[in-house]
Design a protein. Structure first.
Length: 352
């Protein structure tokens, strides 16, 4: 089985799942206000909007207790989001129009105009709504960079100490393959928002993967094409990246994929490979595999730039997460926050 290797990442900002037009709110009846953050009212309608996006595509509505727990968690996240935006305003931090346009163009890049419009429609967004969401996310990113990331300094001594303490982690006991893939499912997907996917058959899948392969041969970027066309839910958003795969793990994947990888040199991609009896979750269909690189077995020395980069990123992530937790606590301590929804849950639980 080929599996994606999970790499630690930095702080994650709220994305489309929590997209809201968080502008000033007119007065509403008290029971429609679920929380206040320094006087700003978070309305039931805002939480409802986020909640509906969270459960979109679910086969059935969650039980009442799970729904209540999810709404409470979403409200907590909206409170944190409002605290960040208020702090950014206080410090005069805001995303510029040029930054917003650059980010929007980057997000549009993997799609045609029609595909991007369809994605906006599926998430109930206009392009202007989407730009406002980008503005908020970039503003929060700039805030966290100024208040947290800028405070984290990783010295050479820190890296050396980490390496000395965790040297065994950098002893590669078998060759590692760095792979990416584009997968197309030949089975119908009743849950897909795309009507064509609901009636998918093998002929259509072969035609799609053939077109993808032709684009690659014409020089298309593999990662961008994977983001656009791959139907592997675990890797498509990461440009098809499967991370580091140990040589022994390749023995667990299907023979056709294994044989295709054996013929590749770093930077090359395979012909179309049929996936007939997969062990992985991907399903039955077709894939194209790319070998991004291969690493020999043995002890990796600290002089290796990849080792230094891995240690630096891990230390930075740990320290940023620690500071982020402290920062969030201070914001809450200095704010006037009223969570009426939580109080209502506590009040009514167990009451008949």
């Amino acid at each position: 089985m080929i599996q994606a290797h999970k790499v630690p990442r930095g702080p994650i900002l709220l994305g489309l799942g929590l997209a809201l037009l968080l502008t000033g709110c007119p007065a509403k009846p008290a029971n429609d206000v679920l929380a206040k953050v320094n006087g700003y009212k978070i309305l039931r309608s805002e939480v409802d909007k986020v909640y509906q996006r969270q459960i979109a595509g679910a086969p059935q509505k969650p039980p009442a207790d799970q729904e209540q727990a999810l709404r409470l968690e979403l409200l907590h996240q909206l409170i944190d989001l409002r605290l960040y935006l208020q702090q950014a305003e206080k410090l005069g931090i805001v995303a510029t129009d040029d930054e917003i346009e650059a980010k929007l163009n980057q997000l549009k890049a993997p799609y045609t105009k029609e595909e991007f419009a369809r994605k906006l429609q599926e998430t109930a967004f206009t392009e202007e709504d989407y730009k406002q969401e980008i503005r908020r996310n970039l503003t929060i990113e700039k805030l966290l960079n100024k208040e947290i990331a800028s405070r984290v300094v990783i010295s050479e001594a820190d890296i050396q100490a980490f390496y000395n303490e965790h040297k065994s982690q950098f002893n590669v006991i078998e060759p590692q393959y760095y792979l990416a893939n584009i997968f197309v499912n030949s089975q119908p997907n009743p849950q897909s928002p795309n009507p064509a996917d609901r009636t998918r058959n093998d002929t259509q899948a072969r035609e799609k993967i053939k077109r993808v392969h032709e684009e690659l041969e014409r020089g298309a970027d593999f990662a961008s094409l994977a983001t656009k066309a791959s139907e592997d839910p675990d890797t498509a958003r990461n440009g098809g990246d499967l991370g580091a795969t140990p040589e022994s793990q390749l023995k667990n994947t299907d023979a056709a994929t294994r044989d295709a990888i054996a013929k590749l040199k770093p930077g090359q991609f395979s012909e179309v490979v049929p996936v007939v009896n997969p062990i992985s979750h991907q399903g039955i269909g077709y894939r194209i595999v790319k070998l991004n690189g291969k690493e020999a077995a043995g002890q990796r020395d600290l002089s290796d730039p990849n080792v230094q980069g891995l240690i630096r990123n891990q230390l930075r992530t740990q320290r940023e997460q620690f500071l982020r937790s402290a920062y969030d606590t201070v914001l809450h301590n200095e704010a006037e926050v009223r969570n009426y929804y939580a109080a209502d849950i506590l009040k009514n639980t167990g009451q008949k």
